[in-house]
Write a protein that binds this ligand. Structure first.
Ligand SMILES: CC[C@H](C(=O)O)C(=O)SCCNC(=O)CCNC(=O)[C@H](O)C(C)(C)COP(=O)(O)OP(=O)(O)OC[C@H]1O[C@@H](n2cnc3c(N)ncnc32)[C@H](O)[C@@H]1OP(=O)(O)O
Length: 306
């Protein structure tokens, strides 16, 4: 058992990337939020449709598919609940190294289901839904997996926000990411604005949010929102994009899960924690790999890095 102080948190158990208890440890709101969460869970149950599907591959990469094709993969209430369940499942997947988040039927996600949104127009309820999705997407980003959003077709509103809860974004030719919130009389509420600023900087984030600008693959790469373009190219099946995304991601997930997960943890703590806390977390994560099987094996092989 580890016993140490990280920031204001005294830890006595296994930890996630931020040095917090690993089970549900990536959540952004604390226990006082539990009652509200139960209320919103019940409300969300009333808006069914679609599903969030998860497939874990032998390679250590999982594919999570947002599926509600009749509504361009918009998030129904039950899909929000399923998202949380799938994230919980991934938190328990100790052999995992990578994650691809994609949409069904060659499009990414058109945000919240507008039918549900209309029925939850009371500001208090809207805030509870927003907290629910902030929690789910923050836990998604904090998974000890290297994650990539594969954007085919459109990522609109909440769908654009979802792309920012992955470490990377890959876009197919003709796809677009668009924070349409302003045109809906809104601002992002799923944590998308906070994450966007960290990805593209405040100047670009302001342009994307205040202008509700379309981001195509070229513009996406220019501002650092997209990390590359993938198929399908002329004559290729739609599934080619997923194959390419897997190939791209495997460049970063090759090797033992313990090391890949450790890499994600140190980068995440560097991104999110004050320097002193990040340094402590880095030290602790370093302690989990130093003298470990992969380290001893590399030393025995006298690895060279030409
Ligand atoms: C802003 C943030 C907010 C939040 O919760 O935080 C949201 O995310 S609100 C949702 C933001 N998204 C939208 O406003 C998307 C609105 N829809 C569109 O702009 C278009 O439907 C588009 C561009 C996605 C697709 O256009 P296209 O011409 O290719 O197809 P259709 O319009 O015929 O769409 C097919 C079918 O899908 C239904 N649809 C699409 N998006 C949604 C959605 N977000 N909620 C519910 N339903 C959606 C659309 O109504 C069509 O259904 P049909 O029964 O055929 O009318």
């Amino acid at each position: 058992m580890v016993l140490r102080c990280v920031g204001r948190h005294l830890l006595t158990t296994a930890h996630n990337a931020l040095g917090r208890p690993s089970r549900r440890g990536g959540a952004v709101y604390g226990s006082a939020y539990a009652v509200q969460q139960e209320e919103i869970r019940q409300k969300l149950q009333g808006f069914p449709g679609g599903s969030i599907n998860l497939v874990k591959l032998e390679s250590g990469i999982a594919v999570m598919t947002i599926s509600n094709p009749a509504r361009m993969n918009a998030f129904s209430g039950t899909m929000m609940l399923e998202l949380q369940d799938r994230v919980s499942e991934l938190e328990e997947w100790t052999e995992g190294k990578g994650l691809i988040v994609r949409g069904d039927a060659a499009t990414f996600c058109s945000g919240s289901d507008l039918n549900a949104v209309q029925a939850i127009s009371d500001p208090q309820e809207g805030m509870k839904m927003c907290m629910f999705m902030q929690n789910a997407l923050t836990r998604l980003l904090r998974l000890p997996l290297i994650s990539v959003a594969l954007v085919e077709g459109r990522a609109l509103g909440g769908g654009a926000e979802l792309t920012t809860s992955c470490d990377f974004r890959l876009m197919t030719v003709g796809s677009e990411i668009r924070f349409v919130h302003k045109h809906m009389g809104l601002v992002p509420g799923w944590g998308g604005a906070a994450r966007l600023v960290r990805i593209v900087g405040s100047q670009n984030a302001l342009k994307l949010l205040a202008g509700a600008q379309k981001v195509d693959p070229a513009y996406g790469e220019q501002i650092g929102l997209s990390d590359g373009v993938v198929g399908p190219r002329e004559g290729e099946a739609a599934e080619a994009a997923l194959g390419e995304a897997e190939q791209w991601l495997s460049n970063f997930t090759r090797g033992p899960a313990s090391v890949i997960r450790a890499v994600k943890k140190v980068v995440l703590s560097g991104r999110e924690l004050p320097l002193e806390d990040a340094l402590r977390t880095e030290r602790d994560v370093f302690g989990t790999v130093w003298g470990g099987p992969a380290n001893l094996d590399a030393l025995a092989r006298k690895s060279k890095h030409k």
